[in-house]
Design a protein around this ligand. Structure first.
Ligand SMILES: Cc1cc2nc3c(=O)[nH]c(=O)nc-3n(C[C@H](O)[C@H](O)[C@H](O)COP(=O)(O)OP(=O)(O)OC[C@H]3O[C@@H](n4cnc5c(N)ncnc54)[C@H](O)[C@@H]3O)c2cc1C
Length: 232
């Protein structure tokens, strides 16, 4: 869902925090459709959301930061940004190493960090339904309390979110034997780039017919939509 990067850089080639192109009316539109406090325009806060761990990659100050708490709020954000032709950059914990969450010119950064609840654990069927902002280690600890194990273990697991793990198809040492994130995601709820709220995938082990749209979303790095619910 991101668009063109700024091309400016400083004397040693690092990308400069360039002036953001004003996103005409989008901040007002977001403020109008979201509950109070969700839209942030404080320059100091925006600076801390301008890039992920890839500070070397091009980035600019975003026009706004939004911290939605529900799927409907995510959808409202995407729709407002479509209406105002504003790029959307989804963000988890910002531990990415490739600049995928770096702000682009005039964009709105959508941080999923406040959507951090484990909504359901079914020990018999061996699945959990979680919001995207749940931290990887927290999910592993939570399901362990139900006698379950969540294997994908990127080295960033103390900080990175399940939403970010899904978007990057993250893997760690356990993945050599047990598989990567894609092997553990069976269902998703996503707000697409056209602003639709869609459910993909399944809740059971035996659900094998049809196109694997869940698999398509995993690893798509926020380019196809914003993940707002994950069944693992
Ligand atoms: C110390 C360290 C160790 C690391 N080790 C590993 C490792 O072993 N294996 C590995 O695979 N990676 C590793 N990484 C990279 C990084 O942690 C992973 O890519 C992680 O999955 C990113 O999660 P995040 O929540 O920080 O996402 P972010 O960095 O915030 O975002 C990453 C990408 O996902 C998109 N995104 C985030 N949330 C959503 C969402 N809800 N919907 C749609 N798109 C979204 C963003 O737009 C961006 O493109 C490491 C990073 C660090 C700093």
């Amino acid at each position: 869902m991101t668009t063109a990067f700024s091309t400016s850089s400083d004397a040693i080639g690092r990308p400069a925090a360039a002036t953001t192109r004003p996103a005409t009316g989008v901040v007002e539109a977001l403020t109008a459709v979201l509950p109070p406090g969700r839209v942030v325009t404080d320059p100091d806060v925006l600076a801390s959301y301008a890039h992920d761990e890839a500070e070397w990659a091009q980035h600019v100050q975003p026009a706004a930061l939004v911290r939605p708490r529900t799927a409907e709020e995510v959808q409202a954000v995407v729709r407002a940004c479509i209406e105002h032709r504003t790029p959307v950059v989804p963000r988890g914990a910002g531990t990415g190493l490739s600049g995928g969450a770096n702000a682009t010119d005039g964009c709105v950064v959508v941080s999923l960090e406040a959507m951090d609840a484990v909504l359901e654990v079914d020990a018999l069927e061996r699945f959990a339904v979680v919001q995207p902002g749940v931290v990887n280690d927290d999910l592993r600890a939570f399901v362990a309390g139900h006698g379950l194990w969540y294997p994908p273990d990127p080295a960033s697991s103390p900080w990175s979110t399940i939403g970010g793990n899904v978007a990057t198809n993250a893997g760690g040492l356990c993945c050599v034997k047990y598989g990567v994130t894609r092997d553990y995601v069976i269902g998703l709820q996503v707000v697409t780039g056209t602003g639709e709220l869609v459910r993909l995938g399944r809740r059971t082990a035996k659900g094998v017919a049809g196109y694997d749209l869940t698999g398509l979303m995993v690893g798509s790095e926020g380019t196809l939509g914003i993940v707002n619910l994950v069944t693992v």
